[in-house]
Design a protein around this ligand. Structure first.
Ligand code: FAD
Length: 162
């Protein structure tokens, strides 16, 4: 159902792709947008057990897209080193395809919010709990179950490893 990478030598091992997803602090979510346009939007996120989580307001373009079609993509850029002399860039990136679900169950929503606090504000866990209480009714949590994931690196990065 999902395409294979044309340049297979540039495919990263899954473990490396997961490390990239775990360590970064933002990525770009792709959803079905309005009037046939795709809609891509940068977001903070957490990765846990082959799922991504993000929080947002309860209304907006990306949520409308998800409600219309739960199939989404998420892209994280790990490296983008421009090499002028060779007219290229030494890049590394990950793309996820998955199904998005708006969390409604208390425990799931709470765990997702806590994972965001732990990732982004590890020195402020107690304050994060208060923030969760304060914003509880205004915040929406989305879970993306990963169905397909690929990482790709510029071929030069593989050569440098040899
Ligand atoms: C690094 C980073 C991390 C972020 N983390 C989060 C997060 O964790 N949660 C969260 O809710 N938001 C986050 N944002 C903001 C996010 O990108 C959106 O602006 C926000 O989520 C609102 O999206 P929406 O589709 O509901 O907006 P709407 O206001 O419904 O979108 C309407 C229109 O506004 C424009 N628009 C919306 N967002 C942007 C944007 N970022 N840049 C340019 N144009 C835009 C688009 O044209 C869009 O069609 C982050 C932004 C950045 C850059």
């Amino acid at each position: 159902m999902f395409r294979e990478m044309r340049r297979k030598k540039q495919l990263l091992p899954e473990a490396e792709s997961l490390e990239i997803l775990k360590k970064h602090t933002s990525g770009v979510l792709g959803v079905s947008g309005d009037n046939g346009y795709p809609y891509t939007v940068p977001l903070s996120y957490t990765y846990q057990d082959h799922k991504l989580y993000f929080h947002c307001a309860k209304t907006g373009h990306k949520l409308d897209g998800i409600k219309h079609n739960d199939k989404v993509t998420f892209c994280v850029i790990d490296q983008d080193e421009v090499k002028q002399a060779t007219f290229t860039t030494h890049f590394r990136s990950v793309i996820v395809f998955g199904r998005a679900k708006i969390l409604t169950e208390y425990g799931e929503k709470r765990a997702a919010l806590e994972s965001l606090v732990e990732k982004y504000s590890p020195a402020y866990i107690a304050e994060g709990q208060q923030e969760i209480e304060r914003d509880w009714n205004e915040v929406c949590l989305v879970e993306v179950s990963i169905e397909h994931l690929t990482g790709k690196a510029a071929i030069e990065l593989f050569k440098n490893k040899e």
